[in-house]
Design a protein around this ligand. Structure first.
Ligand SMILES: Nc1nc2c(ncn2[C@@H]2O[C@H](COP(=O)(O)OP(=O)(O)OP(=O)(O)O)[C@@H](O)[C@H]2O)c(=O)[nH]1
Ligand SMILES: [Zn+2]
Length: 198
């Protein structure tokens, strides 16, 4: 179940995270009773649950829910899927775009389900490499297509706001299975995600 509004948050978990955030706010030297901050621990607890809701969602089930028998066996690409995740090392955001393609093998999948599974895996503590493979393997094992490809381009706040402090570096990760392991198919995919066809 995806969180839609605050009423759906688990009360016990919210209470527990709220208390942890109160301690964090005190430890950084802020006044947790200050008017602007008094509700912050609860807001932050809900925000954290929203950003990590992917642990409670089943991506295979989401895909299986909209698989349709169809003879189409050319490449299907959903590109420029915006994603927001949290790096597992610093719990700071990394964000960017995913480009996903597959070649059907008797079944196509409802298009919206691809961004939905990108969200499910993004809304967990991640490294970009594992996020890429999680999406790839989920589509490969559930849809069993002739091929699947995932490219993610992302910027990491832990490299921008702190640490090495590089504002313009972008990390690209990719994974290819089946027919995308052939150079011509992979090249065609990479050409199409970089082409401006509009
Ligand atoms: N491979 C990979 N590394 C990541 C990702 N997100 C953050 N990191 C890196 O995780 C590493 C953690 O390194 P540590 O040396 O343990 O942590 P740190 O002292 O905070 O490192 P700095 O960020 O260099 O200050 C850093 O190099 C981060 O850039 C990711 O998605 N993939
Ligand atoms: Zn990080």
């Amino acid at each position: 179940m995806a969180y839609k509004n605050f009423e759906e948050y688990n009360i016990k978990v919210t209470e527990s995270i709220k208390n942890e955030y109160r301690s964090i706010i005190e430890d950084i030297g802020e006044d947790v009773e200050r008017e602007g901050i008094v509700k912050t621990p609860e807001r932050a607890a809900k925000a954290m649950q929203f950003l990590t809701q992917g642990y409670h969602l089943n991506p295979e089930e989401i895909l299986r829910g909209a698989m349709f028998k169809e003879d189409y066996d050319d490449m299907v690409i959903v590109k420029d899927i915006e994603l927001y995740s949290l790096c597992e090392h610093h719990m700071l955001p990394f964000f960017g775009k995913a480009h996903v393609a597959y070649i059907p093998n008797g079944y196509i999948v409802g298009l919206s389900k691809i961004p939905r599974i990108v969200d499910v895996f993004s809304r967990r503590l991640q490294v970009q490499e594992r996020l890429t493979h999680d999406i790839l393997e989920c589509i490969n094992s559930t849809l069993q297509p002739k091929g699947v490809a995932v490219v993610i381009e992302a910027s990491h706040m832990c490299m921008m706001m702190r640490g090495v402090q590089k504002q313009n570096s972008v990390t690209t990760t990719s994974g290819f299975r089946g027919q995308f392991e052939k150079i011509e198919t992979r090249t065609e995919f990479l050409r199409l995600i970089t082409a401006d066809l509009t």
